[in-house]
Each structure stands twice: as C-alpha cells, then as structure tokens.
Design a protein around this ligand. Structure first.
Ligand code: NAG
Ligand code: NAG
Ligand code: NAG
Ligand code: NAG
Length: 448
C-alpha cells in the first residue's frame, strides 16, 4: 500500500518535471527493473550503475528501451557484456512484470545463475528471448515457453541447463529460432516437435548430451537454414528426408554416433554451403550426389569408417564451388581420380590416413587455388609430379607415410617444407631430403 502510494507520488513528480509531453517511465516497470538490479550482487559491466533516477525511459538507463508511442512502458531490455566483464547474481522474478516487453536479451554475463523465473510466462508480447552465455541452471521451462504465444526467437545457449527438451516447444506457433546449444541437456527430440512451426529457420541443439535418433520429421521443416546437432550422442542413420530441406545452408552432425550410409538424397540440398558429418561411424562409400551441390564450399567427412574409392568428379557437373574437402581418417581405397583437378576452387584437400593407392594425378598441378594438401598415411606410389612446382600457393603439404619415390619438385614451396612432410616413404630424394643419386639407384631416385 505504502509502496504503491510512493510509486504514485514518484509518477506525479516525474510527470511534473518532464518536458516534451511524453510520459516518463512507468513506475511499475521502473520498480521491476530496480528489483532486477537488486538481484545482481556484482556488476563489472558498469551497465546497472546507469540505472538511477526516476526516468527509466529518458534517463539514460543503459539497455532499457521504451515504447516510441510514449506510453512509458519498457519494450526492450538488452544487456550484453564485453569480454571479461560480468554480472553475478540471479534473474529476479520481477522481470515478469515488464508486461509490454518484446525483446529480452541478457547475454554473456557469465555469472548470472539460478533458474529461469517462471514469471516470464506473463510476457505475452515477448518476441525475442535471449538468455545466453550465463550460468543458468535448472530445466528449460516448457510450461512457461508454451504461454509465450508471440515468441519467435529463443536462445538459452551456453548455460548449465539440465533435463530433457520440453515437449511444449512443439506447439509454440511462429517460432523461427531455437538455440539450446552448450547446455547439459539429455534425452531425444520429442515427437511433439513434428508440429514445430514451419517458419523455423534455425535449430541448434549442439554441444549437449542428446541421444536417440535424428527424427525423420525434421525434413519437413522446409524453411530451415541451419541445423546443428553436433557434439551429442545421436545414433542410427541419417534420415534421407533431410535431403528435402531446400533452403538449408548449414548442416552439422559432427561428433555423434551416427552409423549407416550417407543417404545420396543429401545431394538434393541445393542451398547447402557446409556439410559436416565428421567424427561419426558412417560406413559405405561417399555418394556421388554429394558433389553435385552447387553451393557447397565445405565438406567434412573425416573420422568415419567410409570405404570405397573417391567418386569420379568429372560428371559431377557442378560441385565447382567446393573449397574445403576433408575425407581424412577413413578407410577409403582406390586411386585419387584425376578428375579431382576439376574442383578448381579447392583450397584445402585432406585425404590423409586412408587406404588410397595408385599415383598422384599430374593433373592436380592445375589446382591453382590449393593452399593446404595432406595425402599422408596412404599407400600412394610413384613420384610427386614434377609440375607440382606450379602450385606456388600451397602453404602446407604432407606426403608422409606413403610409398613415394623419386625427386621432390625442386621449387618453392615444395623444397622448403620440413623433411617430416616427406618422411616414411620408399625413396624420395632432393631438398629438403638428401640429394638424389645420379646413377645406380634401382628404385627410381634419378634426377634425369
Ligand atoms: C562438446 O560439448 C560439451 C558440452 O556438452 C563441451 O564442454 C565440449 O567442449 C564440446 N566439445 C567440442 C569439441 O566442442
Ligand atoms: C526458401 O527461401 C526462399 C527465398 O530465399 C523463400 O521464398 C522460400 O519461401 C523459402 N522456403 C522454401 C520452402 O523454399
Ligand atoms: C573436419 O573435422 C575435424 C574434426 O572431426 C577437424 O579436425 C578438421 O579440421 C575438419 N576439417 C575441415 C576442413 O574443416
Ligand atoms: C603435368 O604433367 C602431366 C604429365 O607429364 C601432364 O599431363 C599435365 O598436363 C601437366 N600439367 C601441367 C599443369 O603442366
């Protein structure tokens, strides 16, 4: 009672001193903000020190924005920290009193702990909720999120949240972004997520402890741009349905326990820029359609159990945009197809630690954009083609651990790489290794 009288008085006073006709900060909202401030025991960002005086709208309260219509209601609270600065404390339930709030961002405060207050469910106008990079504990509050009917962007990434994914999220209409990366969440993707908003563009569940299957219904989220399930314990094969995601630009399934073959249907991801399925248990050969994706520039299939030869790139038509190709640490056999030279944009090629045989195709000397080449740990024979000396832009190369013989191209950068890059071969010679013997070498160490 006394509190409301005081608030009323404060309003009248500020109204009296305010100029320009706009209503200053609503006393209710001001009280809610001050209660939030009181829940923060230490603030090294300096933000909350600016929260003084009566007018939280026009009084220079950092991070607070009010309605342009001059109602004095707070519509946005955006608190973001700089590196090594932080706030320590908990989130006051009073945040739920900011009933006109549309944007709530509390980011990278590092030491704000405790649970996400249930009172946030009263924020019916909230469109964006970013509580990322804090130290929040407890569960992802499903019943609270279910009541936020205006919510479009949700990020609770980089906290210490536990428990499972709330089934309720599947029924929040209009969700465009879900980012729960970097928590300690367990369990599978609830079947209620088959009803997830078709507007969903961004789903990041990476760096958690999720397990179970990658649901086939994710392939129905036609507007997905990014799907990141990396660094979890998802198992079983990749559903072929994902190949229907025409707008997807980023797909990361790295560091899981995914088995089975790579579905050739993934070749239908025509907008894809980056495909990372490294560090899983994939078997079978690399499907050729992966190299027909016109916009793909990064493909990482490292650390699996892939077999078979590398595909023939000559009829791949289009994969011309590929810049990074990593198929290292598999059991890929066959030869390096000379058609690999048709990947003109390739900057980084890693075929290391496989079972590749045959010779290095001389045509690779035409790959003028190559900066990084690793073919170590295979069973490649013959010479390093003389005209590799044309590949002047290569900054890192390793031919180590093959069955190569003959003279190393005696031009930079190849004669300047460390000797280790050529170690454990049959009979390579020339700088940086000892000179080739002129005559008498049976095994090919000849300069002429
Ligand atoms: C995997 O996720 C955990 C959090 O669950 C994180 O601590 C770890 O650094 C992540 N690993 C990598 C390689 O990103
Ligand atoms: C994909 O993106 C285009 C434009 O970028 C958009 O018009 C379309 O609605 C999106 N969704 C699908 C399913 O193609
Ligand atoms: C592929 O993923 C592995 C980790 O699994 C990583 O070490 C490597 O750098 C990645 N390659 C590229 C080209 O990004
Ligand atoms: C490199 O040499 C091979 C065989 O000697 C030849 O077929 C190829 O066209 C040469 N490439 C370049 C770029 O000179």
């Amino acid at each position: 009672m006394l509190r409301s009288l005081l608030l009323l008085l404060a309003t009248l006073l500020t109204a009296a001193v305010s100029t320009g006709g706009t209503t200053p900060c609503s006393p209710l909202d001001r009280a809610a903000l001050l209660a939030f401030k009181a829940g923060i025991t230490l603030d090294t960002t300096g933000i909350l020190a600016t929260w003084s005086g009566d007018d939280c709208c026009g009084g220079g309260w950092e991070g607070v924005s009010c309605a342009a219509t001059g109602t004095g209601r707070v519509v946005a609270l955006r608190l973001e920290s700089q590196p090594r600065r932080y706030m320590e404390g908990t989130l006051s339930p009073s945040l739920g009193d900011l009933e006109f709030l549309e944007f709530l961002v509390i980011r990278d405060m590092a030491r704000i702990g405790g649970a996400i207050p249930e009172t946030l469910s009263r924020l019916a106008r909230l469109e964006q909720l970013y509580l990322e990079g804090n130290a929040l504990t407890g569960i992802v509050p499903g019943s609270m999120l279910a009541k936020m009917s205006s919510l479009r962007h949700l990020s609770l990434a980089g906290n210490r949240l536990e428990g499972t994914l709330p089934p309720e999220l599947g029924s929040v209409p209009g969700l465009e972004q879900i980012n729960l990366a970097g928590n300690r969440l367990v369990g599978g993707v609830p079947s209620s997520y088959r009803k997830l908003s078709s507007k969903l563009a961004y789903l990041d569940l990476s760096n958690n402890l999720f397990s179970g299957i990658i649901p086939e219904f994710l392939g129905k989220l036609k507007n997905l741009l990014l799907l990141d399930l990396s660094n979890n314990s998802f198992s079983r094969p990749i559903p072929a349905s994902l190949g229907a995601l025409q707008n997807l630009t980023d797909l990361s399934l790295s560091r899981n326990k995914i088995g089975g073959r790579i579905p050739p249907e993934l070749g239908g991801l025509r907008s894809l820029n980056s495909l990372a399925i490294d560090d899983n248990m994939l078997t079978g050969s690399i499907p050729k359609p992966l190299f027909t994706m016109q916009n793909l520039w990064r493909l990482n299939l490292s650390r699996n159990k892939l077999t078979g030869p590398l595909p023939d790139f000559s009829d791949a038509g289009v994969s011309r945009s590929l810049q990074w190709l990593d198929v290292s640490r598999n059991a890929i056999g066959g030869q390096i197809p000379s058609s690999i030279a048709e990947l003109h944009e390739l900057e980084r090629l890693d075929i290391s630690r496989n079972k590749v045989r045959g010779v290095i195709p001389a045509a690779m000397a035409t790959m003028g954009n190559l900066r990084w080449l690793d073919i170590s740990g295979n069973a490649i024979v013959g010479r390093i083609p003389e005209n590799f000396s044309r590949l002047a832009g290569v900054r890192h190369a390793s031919f180590r651990g093959n069955r190569l013989c003959g003279q190393i191209p005696q031009a930079p950068p190849f004669n300047r790489f460390p000797a280790a890059a050529y170690a454990h071969n049959l009979c390579l010679c020339g700088k940086p290794l000892p000179p080739c013997r002129k005559i008498g070498s049976v095994s090919g160490g000849l300069t002429t």
